[in-house]
Write a protein that binds this ligand. Sequence first.
Ligand code: CIZ
Ligand code: SF4
Length: 321
Amino acid sequence: ADEQQAYKAKIKALLKEKDAVLVAHYYTDPEIQALAEETGGFVGDSLEMAKFGNQHPAQTLVICGVRFMGESAKILTPEKRVLMPTLEAECSLDLGCPIEEFSKFCDDHPDHTVVVYANTSAAVKARADWVVTSSIALEIVEHLDSEDKKIIWGPDRHLGSYIAKETGAEMLLWQGECVVHDEFSAKALRDMKHLHPDAAILVHPESPASVVALADAVGSTSQLIKAAKSLPQQKLIVATDKGIFFKMQQMVPGKELIEAPTAGAGATCRSCAHCPWMAMNGLKAIEQGLREGGELHEIFVDESLREKSLIPLNRMLDFAA
Ligand code: CIZ
Ligand code: SF4
């Protein structure tokens, strides 16, 4: 605890000295989110993080999350320095969608509009017509479907099939998945629901369809936090990364939040769903990143790739505005 306090004090001093601000994702550990809030930074989903970083006056953004979030910040705000606690925080969706293969998939279907999730490399974004996050994917695909566009969707197959089902759009799906959400189990969730018959079930659509089918509310992180508040139930079973409990509990201090079970853990699951890459964003790593800057911590995006990936990213931001 003393060590944590010491790191926090050092980070606060470094933030001032380097004109920097912490921008953290909902899935980072609670002490990181608390520190971001305490120091005038921000906690949110990947779309909100990118917008905050773009509008905030600080010259250095410290992106606490995974690599694609740092890249998105740099693509949108190239004049700023973008640091990350570690450049090794990846994402299974990004890793499972290499540009060469994805590009070939697109080339094989030239009459399709390419829509990619934000959880991708700058190169994959640059190949796309649209970038979307889970908070706006449904509306954008609805819009494209209303124009009779055929769609290539990547990389998350669960989110893609959920959106195809909801919108009726014609979609070819890349077969990627999130290592955290893919693990939620419908069987274990039904068993848990028997133990808590009065609970509502909240599910992120990166989860398998069988889990989504059990949900009282389906949505992105920000949408699930809103649902936690608006649903009448006092008990909520939540199927997304457990990092979300920090902000969700702030919003509903009186409600009981229960982690949804993963396949192996069964109905008594505790602390099973947490992204290993998000967990790399510790206080020590943040302090080091801020102090050292440099090649192990700073995000750079090749300028021609940046210009290309900015186009579909801006399309989403304009659509959202
Ligand atoms: O699963 C993720 O990494 C999410 C939900 C990212 C985001 O869009 O905030
Ligand atoms: Fe990627 Fe899943 Fe981790 Fe999000 S939670 S960063 S989608 S692996």
